[in-house]
Design a binder for this molecule. Structure first.
Ligand SMILES: [Zn+2]
Ligand SMILES: [Zn+2]
Length: 252
């Protein structure tokens, strides 16, 4: 499984990083995880065709993870994509999401391809050939629960576990309140792709070391953590730690 980082920024706009987006290529399929602002341009920049993406998975509906979706659909329209597209969204927003599209003048009837919205909830979300994507619910949006319930949009938010048969698993935390929800899912994980905007880097390292995860990619990097240098004391077990950047490609 190949993972390309297309957006390593946090929710704060910065000149050299795009908002959250990751491309997974496995079994001749291409999946987009999160579609932060600027994703269509990033796909053009990295020569990914508009007909190449098979499925889209949105971890939660903050703008830095979702707002590129509208431009992505516009780009696919303008380039005359024909292949159907499945877009997985947190189940809480699904009932009213078609109505949001109308505000962007995105009308299924006028699009050259079929797109379909499907719900993400806890557990297995998607599987194809040897690849599986599962969701683990986290509390990142729980502080908005009352207002979100009133608005009828839900407050569910997910981390994703990416598995390919015969390989170690990868965990993409997306945005979280802590890593406690992942403790039950640490077995067989070879790589932790973790945000570091709502978590301290020390918390991420501690979690990986307690879970026996040998490799960390730090992403969703806020401006104040740019150029942060880690001491040996912070990483006592010498876990392999890399800082993500837009364009980083790793084999998982
Ligand atoms: Zn975010
Ligand atoms: Zn968020």
């Amino acid at each position: 499984m190949k993972l390309s980082v297309l957006g390593s920024a946090s929710g704060m706009p910065v000149p050299d990083r795009n908002c959250s987006a990751y491309l997974i290529e496995v079994d001749s399929q291409t999946y987009l995880i999160d579609a932060g602002e600027g994703i269509a341009r990033q796909l053009v920049r990295y020569s990914v065709g508009s007909d190449q993406i098979d499925e889209v998975f949105i971890s939660h509906v903050h703008s830095d993870h979702l707002s590129g979706l509208f431009m992505l659909l516009q780009w696919m329209h303008m380039t005359q994509r024909e292949k159907p597209l499945q877009i997985y969204l947190p189940k809480g927003v699904l009932p009213g999401f078609q109505a949001v599209l109308a505000y962007f003048h995105i009308f299924q009837e006028k699009w050259p391809f079929r797109f379909q919205f499907l719900p993400i909830s806890e557990g297995l979300v998607f599987s194809c050939h040897d690849f599986q994507l599962s969701a683990v619910s986290n509390g990142h949006l729980s502080g908005n629960k009352d207002l979100a319930d009133q608005a009828g949009v839900g407050s569910d938010s997910y981390s994703f576990i990416l598995s390919e048969k015969g390989h170690e698993r990868a965990v993409y935390t997306s945005d979280v309140d802590s890593l406690a929800h992942l403790t039950a899912h640490q077995e067989g994980v070879g790589i932790l792709i973790s945000e570091c905007a709502h978590l301290s880097v020390d918390d991420v390292i501690d979690f990986a070391q307690q879970s026996g995860i040998p490799r960390i990619i730090l992403t969703h990097i806020p401006p104040e953590k740019e150029n942060l240098v880690l001491s040996d004391k912070q990483n006592p077990m010498s876990t392999a730690i890399e800082w993500a950047f837009d364009g980083l490609v790793i084999e998982v």
